[in-house]
Design a binder for this molecule. Structure first.
Ligand code: ATP
Ligand code: SF4
Ligand code: MG
Length: 323
């Protein structure tokens, strides 16, 4: 959080958010379980954690694609669950999502023009000519051209599809974008291009991002602050430099020690932390710290009591009984 944010109202405030999926009468999957965090205007917050920990579900709740089971989401200080019909419509334009898989998130039977125009028809009052002109500008912004407008999504490479997805998100002039692992399905050679493009767009358009990723190496480059999730809960949150310098939660240390280090001296210093076992199932999850079964430092009450969120230094929060 920058100094400017100290007094600022959060742009998005998430308060005790939970999203459960009732699989059947006996089984509840707690995809997101009582998480709270804030995002400030113009910043990029990285959200990391292993597969299935609830990152996309959190993102989907933020952009109103999922209705939370409980908890509140405030947008510019207003409770989104109390929005009027008009406020809700404006909100669904202001907040957009770039989806994890560019192969499944675009309808292959639609042309690029139809895909990008969809949101504009719903949210804006544009004439046909304005739509064409705007799509051309948007395609140029994301590194494609007018010649791509009448082609079908299935004709494009993964990187190009992700660019189409980004143009679609930008088409309604959003303020906030959930970038859900926007580069993980792409070739390494084009990952940097897409990240740099997102950074430039943020700068030019004053966007605020929640940037979701599996590991900490990608978010280091793009984020101002980082939130680490484990099995539906937030275990640590800190400004990016602080998190890398002073990782505190045992799970964050595991994630960090999994990043390959090129320098052999640094690699030696960066001792690997080994954890046993697989990630437990989020179905009918147990009480206590969700990491307890795998944590080398677990003490008795870790298994019974969820650890509270503590601020261990300025803007650095950890949920662990031991710290
Ligand atoms: N619509 C749904 N119905 C039932 N379970 C769901 C649904 N969506 C997600 N889940 C489950 O919720 C948990 C969290 O899923 P989510 O997609 O949020 O994880 P993730 O952190 O984004 O994982 P990944 O890194 O693999 O994308 C998983 O166990 C997933 O199977
Ligand atoms: S609360 Fe206990 S089990 Fe959880 S991370 Fe801390 S020490 Fe490990
Ligand atoms: Mg996901």
């Amino acid at each position: 959080m920058s100094e400017n944010n100290v007094m600022a109202e959060p742009f998005i405030k998430v308060e005790n958010l939970s999203k459960y999926f009732e699989l059947n009468r006996k089984q509840t999957l707690k995809a997101v379980n009582d998480i709270s965090f804030e995002i400030y205007k113009g910043e990029t917050v990285g959200l990391v954690g292993e597969s299935g920990c609830g990152k996309s579900t959190t993102g989907r709740c933020l952009v109103n694609l999922y209705e939370p089971t409980s908890g509140k989401i405030y947008y510019k200080g207003k409770d989104t669950s109390q929005f009027t019909k008009q406020e809700k419509q404006a909100f669904t334009g202001d907040v957009q999502m770039i989806f994890q898989n560019p192969y499944s998130s675009l309808n292959p039977r639609m042309t690029v023009k139809e895909i990008v125009a969809q949101g504009m028809k719903y949210h804006g009052n544009y004439s046909k000519t304005e739509i064409d002109c705007r799509i051309e500008q948007l395609l140029e912004k994301v590194g494609l051209g007018a010649e791509h407008m009448s082609r079908f999504a299935h004709e494009f490479s993964g990187g190009q599809r992700q660019r189409i997805g980004i143009a679609r998100a930008l088409s309604v002039n959003p303020e906030f974008i959930v970038c859900d692992e926007p580069i993980s399905a792409l070739d390494v050679s084009i990952q940097a291009q897409v990240i740099n493009m997102l950074k430039k767009l943020q700068h030019d358009m004053g966007l605020t991002y929640l940037f979701i990723a599996h590991d900490l190496s990608v978010v280091k480059y793009i984020s101002d602050r980082v939130i680490v999730m484990y099995l539906g809960t937030i275990v640590e949150e800190a400004p990016v430099e602080e998190l890398y310098k002073n990782p505190t939660h045992p799970y964050t240390k595991v994630l960090l020690s999994a990043i390959p280090v090129a320098n052999p001296i640094k690699a030696k210093a960066n001792k690997r932390i080994k954890v046993s076992g697989e990630i437990p199932s989020p179905i009918n999850s147990k009480p206590g710290c969700q990491f307890a079964e795998r944590c080398p430092y677990a003490v008795d009450h870790c298994f019974n009591e969820a650890p509270p969120r503590k601020e261990i230094s300025k803007d650095h929060f950890v949920a662990c009984h031991v710290y």
